[in-house]
Design a protein around this ligand. Structure first.
Ligand SMILES: Cc1ncc(COP(=O)(O)O)c(C=O)c1O
Length: 520
């Protein structure tokens, strides 16, 4: 087990570190030695300088509040959990990366708004229509404010979800023969899918690997990838702000590096923005995608593409539809796309749900993203502290972690497999079943992130190609076929993820559940 400076990241109280490799000075800062942050306890310094298993045991013996004193400053979230989330009851919800939960007051405010206002289809000027137009515009402004995105530079395109926003970019990016699409292995399938648009137009899709055990990108690999930009061509580089597989937070300084090397940058923020602040006055990717239910649970069915105006102007829509044009003619066989975001919003927007986005953003603002972030960091650290030292009856570690073992440059997504007394990975489907029985919601599988899964589980390209090449698998390949084909290797992992109202009891209940695998 590795102990490092990230173990004590909770002392800082500042918002998410953006991934640059840390220097000794930065480590000093994290430890509070410079006096900029909360003072460091003797215990925390011990963690840093010791870094051995004996100290790990010492750490677990400490109470949570001693190890993570800043958790105390997030107590507001306990009050909200009790008051605002009646459906949660005694359930242990550990699947926030899949979907956050909504507060009762979000629903109440939305319902009140719908009851007192007459909303109609926004493509008109009547009273009901104008009301919808007004509230959609308010939601757009609220999104820009939330992400500190200047309305002079950014457009908000409302979409059905993050995947829909990614598809808009993929199908409209002006890929041409010889152009490049560069992406990390660590990506959601909805980003991977863009490679099909790229290749169909003769562009090359290239993956930058992530490397075990932390599942980060090796800088030399990134540099090689970025050097592949086609001079004078269109080059798109896509990566997730936070991995939905390993929890790694990839460095935002990649954005400027990619720009300097001739790339447009697509940042998938879907797994990031629920528990981390994204400040678009500080970072300037060209496209950012997300789903609002991942931020505040309600509404589902609304996401957005945040795009720089200059980047949006580069996109070429492959069709037109109701809502996206100023004029289209049948006999004249011509159409004119509307300006800005409208050109990308096909048909009628979800004008009843979109006002709930403003309500959700206000709810998060009222709590403060820094508090949410702090709590999630503490819980992630506490989970790792307790999970990693657990041993199986054969003396080997109970879990194998896929991702960073400390809170250094990672978010609240923790993915691993349990290992049995026979030394083999315990089938993740069994873990999920037992978790369901124990009233715990978690996620298992590969989380739509096949690149992450393949690296974590040691599945090689050769192995996978030979499976896919088998005649019977030409057009049809089920997950059971996959299991048989890769011959005994694990096909998935177990994921625990925290969100705004997770608490320390959730971690404790999960650890008690995990201990049930000892001797299995
Ligand atoms: C990193 C990441 N990107 C994209 C998506 C796709 O989001 P949606 O299914 O809401 O379109 C997800 C969903 O889990 C995700 O975690």
């Amino acid at each position: 087990m590795v102990l490092g400076p990230g173990r004590v990241a909770c002392v800082s109280g500042r918002r998410s570190d953006r991934g640059e490799s840390k220097t000794k000075d930065q480590d000093d800062q994290d430890l509070g030695r410079t006096g900029n942050y909360a003072p460091v306890t003797k215990h925390q310094v011990l963690c840093y300088v010791g870094g051995n298993v004996a100290i790990a045991e010492h750490l677990t013996a400490h109470t949570f509040s001693t190890a993570y004193p800043s958790y105390e400053s997030t107590r507001l979230l306990d009050e909200l959990r009790a008051k605002e989330y009646p459906a949660l009851g005694s359930h242990t919800y550990l699947d926030f990366t899949a979907g956050s939960l909504f507060a009762r007051s979000q629903l109440t405010r939305h319902l009140e708004l719908l009851e007192r206002s007459l909303f109609g289809n926004p493509h008109s000027t009547n009273l009901a229509s104008s009301t919808s137009t007004e509230f959609v515009a308010r939601a757009r402004s609220a999104v820009l404010r939330f992400f500190h995105a200047s309305p002079d530079e950014w457009e908000v395109v409302f979409t059905g979800n993050a995947s829909h926003a990614l598809k808009l970019v993929g199908e409209s990016y002006p890929f041409d023969a010889g152009d490049r699409f560069l992406l990390t292995f660590d990506n959601h399938n909805s980003v991977n899918g863009i490679r099909e648009f790229a290749r169909a137009r003769g562009a090359t899709a290239t993956y930058v690997p992530v490397v075990l055990p932390e599942m980060r990108v090796d800088d030399a690999d990134l540099e090689r990838g970025l050097a592949m930009a086609r001079q004078g061509g269109h080059n798109l580089f896509a990566f997730p702000a936070q991995s939905n597989f390993s929890g790694v937070q990839h460095p935002f300084d990649w954005i400027a590096r990619a720009h300097a090397a001739g790339w447009d940058v697509l940042l998938d923020a879907a797994a990031f923005t629920g528990t981390n602040r994204l400040d678009l006055s500080e970072w300037n990717p060209d496209f950012v995608v997300q789903s609002f239910y991942k931020l505040f649970g309600y509404p589902t069915g609304v996401g957005c593409l945040l795009a720089r105006k200059s980047a949006l102007a580069k996109l070429r829509r492959p069709w037109f539809s109701g809502g996206t044009i100023t004029v289209a003619s049948v006999q004249g066989d011509k159409y004119y796309l509307a300006e800005g975001a409208s050109a990308f919003e096909d048909g009628t927007l979800d004008y009843l749900s979109i006002p709930a986005v403003e309500i959700g953003l206000e709810y998060i603002e009222a709590i403060g993203m820094d508090i949410i972030h702090e709590r999630v960091q503490c819980l992630t650290g506490w989970l790792l502290d307790q999970l990693l030292p657990l041993t199986q009856t054969n003396g080997r570690p109970l879990v194998r972690l896929y991702g960073p073992p400390t809170t250094d440059r990672r978010g609240g997504v923790v993915t691993f497999n349990f290992y049995g007394a026979d030394g083999r990975a315990i089938d993740h489907r069994l873990v999920e079943q037992l978790a369901n029985d124990a009233n715990i919601s978690l996620r298992t599988g590969c989380f739509c992130n096949p690149g992450g899964g393949e690296i974590a589980l040691g599945l090689t390209g050769t192995e996978l190609s030979s499976c896919f090449r088998q005649r019977e698998h030409e057009n049809h390949f089920t997950i059971d076929d996959f299991r048989l084909c890769i011959d005994g290797k694990s096909t998935g992992a177990v994921r625990v993820s925290f969100g705004l109202i997770s608490d320390v009891h959730d971690v404790d209940r999960f650890i008690a559940f995990a201990k049930g695998f000892i001797g299995r």
